[in-house]
Design a protein around this ligand. Structure first.
Ligand SMILES: [Zn+2]
Length: 160
């Protein structure tokens, strides 16, 4: 039999990765969010008409109560916010958008209900504390993605 070898030898597996370029639509809601960020440097969210949660990034449907969020619900948030949590990155990896050291932070933008995750840089990272105020640093030439915000940086002082 041609598969007789399987009775005598346990097959090995090899680990690897597949590089697969792809593109997909971000849809009507995602397009408006990224176009506004790219063209005007403004961060938009949308408010669920039922539970009043302000989603950033905006959603087509509320993940909490599943109702559709229509175009009347758009609202500008931030640009400043409060750093809720963070972790400092000290090792270098090709997939990282910044050269270490930098931090990943949970940032609660003014006017939003929930925090977003983004990069923290441009400051003494050892001075970061939950509760400090941060502001976005926009790229001068933006392309319509979340890294149009280069990173957030402290504006100083704890959140009152
Ligand atoms: Zn809702």
């Amino acid at each position: 039999m041609k598969d007789e070898w399987r009775k005598k030898t346990k097959p090995l597996t090899l680990e690897g990765g597949i590089h697969m370029p792809y593109s997909w639509t971000v849809g009507r809601v995602g397009s408006r969010f990224f176009i506004e960020l790219r063209d005007h440097g403004r961060i938009l969210g949308n408010r669920c008409p039922q539970c009043q949660v302000v989603w950033v990034p905006p959603r087509l449907r509320c993940p909490e109560c599943y109702v559709e969020i229509d175009d009347r619900s758009w609202t500008e948030v931030g640009p400043q916010g409060t750093l809720r949590h963070f972790t400092i990155v000290r090792y270098e990896h090709p997939a990282q958008p910044l050269k270490p050291p930098f931090a990943y932070g949970l940032i609660h933008l003014d006017g939003a209900t929930r925090a977003i995750t983004h990069l923290i840089s441009g400051a003494d990272l050892e001075s970061l504390k939950p509760g400090i105020r941060v502001k976005p640093v926009m790229k001068p030439v933006r392309q319509g993605n979340i890294l149009d915000i280069s990173f957030f940086t402290p504006v100083g002082g704890p959140n009152p």
